[in-house]
Design a protein around this ligand. Sequence first.
Ligand code: ACO
Length: 428
Amino acid sequence: MSKNATLEINGEKYEFPIIEGTEKELAINIKALRTATGGITTLDPGYKNTGSCESAITFLNGEEGILRYRGYSIEELAEKADFLEVAYLLIFGELPTTEELNKFHNDIKDQSHVDEDIKKILDGFPKSAHPMGVISSLTSALIAFNPSSVNVDSPEDMYLAIVRILGKFPVLTAWAYRKRAGLAMDYGDDSLGYVDNFLKMMFKKPSGEYNSNPVIVNALDKLLILHADHEQNCSTSTVRIVGSSHAGLFASLSAGISALWGPLHGGANQAVIEMLEAIKEDGGDTKKYMAKAKDKSDPFRLMGFGHRVYKNFDPRAKIIKVAADEVLNDLGVEDPILDIAKGLEKEALEDPYFVDRKLYPNVDFYSGIIYRAMGIPVEMFTAMFALGRLPGWIAQWREMRLRKEPIGRPRQVYIGENHRPFKDIDFR
Ligand code: ACO
């Protein structure tokens, strides 16, 4: 097979090398396009065909429904590893030894306290503020309290920034929840595991004991693993592009959190539950909503269905569907919206509109149902996604730094006015 791609423009031929990834993916390297052609660029809105980087972190094959972190399948990781091991794997490239994992966890615990003045900033937010906005702001605010985190050329400061944010982010997330719930800000317990400690920070009542529930801890651990990375999605690309200007880790993450907030990305898990609730309130007629989703004159979309990359079952959705059943059974929760979800799923998988467009349930279709069963309010769902995605963002940011990638700066095709003389205000 040719190692070059030939592009012909107005009879002139240009050769571009084809590069091959470790999973045999092919890409035309167009780095030299503009120089070779005298300024011709490409146009690819939404970057559906554009690779922005080479990356050794996550492999996904949307056609076959494959997802692997650093070569390990998501199915095996969700079954055999815990979230912190997966975080280490994503960030540093290999599964940790016991010693490495203990050190990593201890370093995170050492850095998990948050400056008391952060509480004053949190105090300034109204109770009704969406947690994603609060968490994004507080993550950015951390820079002022940890100024060395902007030293992006120092390996020591980079490591410190990584363990700091892994320690402080669960605190900020739990506090964003407690602020809404009117509960005092508190810390957890360093003797607990990372996920268990987070649950304690969230749910410990000021006057009561926190009783850890292994079913909930395991389910959340699994959910966080499933969300931990997903290659160059909207929020991750945001983190990389912000970091490419040599902005620090916390600033890059804060931007990524904002990108995740939108309902077409991380906000979908909240949108799914709101949609299922609305269908329930409206009498549970799934067929009516299927028709709305297919009607091009109706803006309604079936939330939790479809994915930019997966044109097959999202492998994470398969794992979550089983986990949702387990959690609900173990906790003895009967949730009528689970039946609505199952009904919609069945209908969509048999409907030519969804089948032809390869629209399958994505990870968010079921995650909200588990979060609800755990007692996590719907406005916190996207924040839970952010907690899970944190190691992936860190890994991608670190990779971008270590590979010394150039600043991200796409081109455009200008379609505005041609040069025209300035019009005086009286003549406009
Ligand atoms: N309901 C109804 N129709 C849909 C849906 C849906 N959920 N998703 C896509 N379609 C249709 C589109 O209308 C379009 O139809 P057309 O070809 O007749 O015009 C076709 O399927 C292709 O859709 P696009 O929007 O071009 O697909 P794209 O890859 O750009 O979008 C996205 C993917 C944004 C995820 C989309 O499927 C969607 O909006 N889904 C609902 C929101 C959601 O669940 N987001 C979570 C994504 S997963 C995550 O972030 C973790």
